[in-house]
Design a protein around this ligand. Sequence first.
Ligand code: NDP
Length: 280
Amino acid sequence: MTDRYAVIGNPIEQSKSPLIHAEFARACGQTIEYGRILGPLGGFAACVDSFRAEGGKGLNVTAPFKLDACAYCTDLSLDAQLAGAVNAMKFEGDRVWGENFDGVGLVRDLQINLATPLRGLRVLVLGAGGATRGAWLPLLRCQPARLVVANRSIDKSLDLVNVAREHLPELAQQCQLRGIGYADLADQTFDVVLHATSAGLSGQMPPVPATVFARGALAYDLTYGKGLTPFLRLAQHAGVANLADGVGMLAEQAAEAYAWWRGVRPDTASVIRQLTVPLK
Ligand code: NDP
């Protein structure tokens, strides 16, 4: 029987995961079945139970089920535990393994695809939701000189600083770590600015001064497929030439999941090419 995988979310029709995994399987010369599942709100566990009962091998998990997936798993990776969120699941008998590849996907996109090694740089993350929680320790492991998270609810920013100090104390000590609100961004500049709020979904953005971008900065919006978002437009008006959206992160986290399930890591270049929307 062909191995079965799927992505589960609500809504789900917008998901690019079926296209990405079909391309990965083709490129790796493997045969898999990969579908999409519209998970009923409040009915995540029952839906996953039936998928497993039908022989499903693994799931990608998207909004709003990443926390439900975390609760469902019997075994969580450290990144998934610390993020409190799971974006990939693997089923082996009674065991359900949970991973969170968002952080490693983002870091690979920044450091490899966009040739921006973070070591020694000043990095700002806007937003402290699930995506930032998944990326926070992977970002710190890259040893930036300064790592700052700004969020509307400052308590979430401060919580991330505590998470870093607790779990990666040595790296946290070597880095200037700060959790702040948007009002504290005046007079601060950064080499890499990552926009990770969901404000863009409604065409908005947090109140960020155009002065946060250092000369030669990279402005990166985790949202993808939307062209020039309000955040990227702000950066462009501030003279930033290095603009990127989250399409590479999407492809890289998917490749991590594919490798975890199938034992071979597909190249992401072709998928990124297919999904890239011009930033204009
Ligand atoms: P969450 O819902 O977990 O977090 C939302 C964040 O946005 C919070 O920090 C929230 O602040 C902030 N926020 C929401 N509205 C506003 C607003 N109007 N003004 C200021 N801040 C606001 O979302 P995720 O972390 O899961 O996702 C964030 C973004 O990252 C989304 O655009 C998503 O599409 C993208 N993403 C991309 C991925 C990729 O592979 N490229 C993977 C995962 C996510 P507060 O805490 O104060 O409410």
